[in-house]
Write a protein that binds this ligand. Structure first.
Ligand code: FE
Length: 279
């Protein structure tokens, strides 16, 4: 039997700062919602003031999970300990599986103008936490669009049933079987998205206002969805949002800054490996 998902909670994102002082809005990863299994963090950075981003994210480590950067506007230069380096421009996606450990930096490649986008942390199950680091760097032109009624969907990961057929995102082989889509609804737009039952799902609105299964969700708000097999979205004034979903992992989470493991001992090991240069 089909069961439409409804909203269990709406949470306003909180102003926070990370890296060397980058101002952003955090809705998962602190305060009310420390995690939403398998998601550990959601940051929305977005500003036209260079003072809010110019310091960037200098070199820092990660172990035990995945970091996903989705650029909406602006340019960031990415560099890491595997020797990979490149510029993330508007519309690009970087799905980085930190696995056993990586050191990286993300610094603005601009001194003025708008910089905006998202950083999502996705947990890894115990069996994959120490895997070899891996990247999926996806250029803007490789992220497909699906046409919907009075709107469009950019499909980063997962599948969208558009008006012209099924559109599949380029991100593959991720342990939690994720959906990550960027939905724009014009005035009067509507879209029903199928979501696997049992998977955690949320909508984050970053422009305008959206009706999520009967609940109005405004700009910079996160709507957490109850279980079900689909969600109905519409907008009378127009709005833009990301919808993210994934299979919960259901394991203990031990977290310390940029390390996310299952036990405190594994965190101690991560700190030791980092300090002794064993990443
Ligand atoms: Fe990072």
């Amino acid at each position: 039997m089909a069961i439409a998902r409804t909203v269990s909670r709406v949470v306003k994102s909180q102003i926070a700062s990370d890296g060397a002082g980058v101002k952003l809005r955090r809705s998962i990863g602190s305060g009310d919602i420390s995690e939403l299994d398998p998601f550990l963090l959601l940051d929305n950075f977005g500003t036209e003031n260079p003072d809010d981003y110019i310091a960037g994210f200098p070199e820092h480590p990660h172990r035990g999970f995945e970091t996903v950067t989705y650029m909406i506007a602006g340019q960031m230069r990415h560099k890491d300990s595997t020797g990979a380096e490149g510029v993330l421009g508007p519309g690009s996606v970087q799905w980085m599986t930190a696995g056993r450990g990586i050191l990286h930096s993300e610094m603005p490649e601009q001194r003025e103008g708008e910089m905006s986008g998202f950083q999502l942390w996705v947990n890894l199950p115990a069996k994959d936490k120490l895997c070899t680091p891996r990247y999926q760097n996806i250029e803007p032109e490789d992220v497909p669009f699906a046409k919907i009624e009075n709107g469009e969907v950019r499909v980063l990961a997962g599948e969208v049933e558009g008006l012209k057929g099924l559109v599949r995102g380029p991100v593959t082989d991720v342990s939690v079987d994720p959906v990550y889509i960027d939905i724009t609804l014009q005035t009067g737009g509507s879209y029903r998205h199928s979501i696997k039952p049992g998977h955690t799902a949320f909508v984050y609105v970053f422009d305008g206002s959206v009706n999520v299964a009967g609940t109005t969700v405004g700009k910079h708000h996160l709507a957490i969805l109850r279980d079900g097999d689909s969600v109905q979205l519409s907008s009378s004034e127009g709005g833009r949002m990301i919808l993210v979903a994934g299979r919960p992992i259901g394991e203990p989470v031990a977290r310390y800054g940029p390390f996310v493991m299952n036990t405190f001992e594994e965190i101690q090991q991560a700190v030791e490996d980092f300090q002794t240069g064993n990443f």
